[in-house]
Ligand binder design. Sequence first.
Ligand code: SF4
Length: 271
Amino acid sequence: MYTWKDYVGYDRLPHIWCSGCGNGIIFNALGQALEKMQLPLEKVVIVSGSGCFAKIVNYPGVNTVKMLHGRVLSGATGIAMANPELTVFALMGDGDGTTIGGNHLIHAARRNINVTAILGNNYNYGMTGGQYSGTTPEGSITATSRYGLVEDGFDACKLVEAAGASYVARTTAYDVLELQKMIIEATEKPGFAFIDVLAACPTHYGRLNKMGTPAEQMLKIKEGTVPVAKAAKMSPEELKGKLLTGKLVDRNDREDYAVLYAKMAKEARGE
Ligand code: SF4
């Protein structure tokens, strides 16, 4: 029987993240979800890239692989294809996952390879000083938009849904129990599964945008979201500027790439 401590590598803590950072909350939720699923340690792989959230690979008691910046999914999908018996997690910040690695995200979802991707989305490149990323909301003050961001950030869930992912969900680091539930659902779903977790970076994004204490920042992030069931009863005006949370996509009409590939190879060989 494994505990969450076995999965997160408890003896390697403390971690390096700033006080109030959402990364530790997401990491703990992953450990709790893995404890509930009781996956063998040697069958779990966590892949990350660069940035604050990517430091997650320094700790776990499971297999870890660190890729170059933006290349998390090229590593994760390769591992999942090479050994379909493994449970592969791709942990990416918004810079790593949707900006520098945005093209990998589109094609991993399109190919529907059996990986669970978790986006720690704090609207900036935290490790390099708080530059804006592809998800940073319009008007935000960041290290590279001192007068306010001219562009608007995109909705990562809509992008991944359009590309063909089997499972897409969004929550916040405030809603840890919902996050744990989503991690379990996404892991058990064959094909590409994606969870967008809106989280606080109090050191850069929160400070520059005067969002208050880390707890106040978490609340503000939550207030910027609407559960999908509630959104169905709201007008487009009421939903302006809000992001939907909950399970957004759960489709069964596409098989996992590795399963399809094995079938086609068998047929081609006449087996
Ligand atoms: S800089 Fe931001 S994202 Fe990085 S550890 Fe600190 S609070 Fe977290």
